[in-house]
Design a protein around this ligand. Sequence first.
Ligand SMILES: Cc1cc2nc3c(=O)[nH]c(=O)nc-3n(C[C@H](O)[C@H](O)[C@H](O)COP(=O)(O)O)c2cc1C
Length: 217
Amino acid sequence: MQAATDRQPVRFLVFAASLRCGSLNRRLLELAARTIEANGGEVDLSSMERFDVPSYDADVQAGEGFPRAAEEFRDCILASDAFVIASPEYNFSMPGLLKNSIDWVSRFSPQPFSERHGLLMSASPSMAGGNRGLWSLRVPLEHLGARVYPDMFSLAQAHQAFDADGRLANPELQERFEHNIVRFMDLVEASKHYPCVKTRWVEYLGEHPDPTIDRVE
Ligand SMILES: Cc1cc2nc3c(=O)[nH]c(=O)nc-3n(C[C@H](O)[C@H](O)[C@H](O)COP(=O)(O)O)c2cc1C
């Protein structure tokens, strides 16, 4: 793991898709924000209240234009290199308010999710941790061209998972959580700062080094 001071500048928009006071997803998100900052990233810690918009209506868009909150959501995505969403699972899917905000933002041209890296996480009192909702959230984000990180973190039994300091009480789980975030940060940093990095590719590690057959990708 690299030292936080070695990292090139990377900025993350982070928010939880719950309006509820005492939201478990908000707690998980705040831990993610702390972890990003501790590992040298810059955080825009936002909230769903800020991005909450009236139900999408094409007539409103045509007549009145975009709601201020949709513009704000678009601007925050554009101002960051990547986003992190902690989303509750509602009935095996994402909350309607989050889908509604994504729908509004998708009507901007250009739309801001394109080629943005995203990390998804969830928290639920259930044993599945809200993971099924994240699979539904991947669909519109990937459709819009977001680079959704393969490893999603879903915190099971979240109502009893945090310690008094807001960390995960189970040390192994806490380590797994941090590891997932730092690997994601590494990817975002590499994508932003080292887009042309070259790695030597050798088909079999036991091959004798030979410049005529070694390839560079
Ligand atoms: C309408 C509704 C549907 C829900 N459906 C699910 C579900 O399908 N799976 C699940 O694990 N929890 C479900 N829950 C429970 C939520 O995961 C739980 O309330 C969670 O704490 C909400 O996230 P928050 O604490 O960040 O607000 C549902 C809750 C609501 C209000």
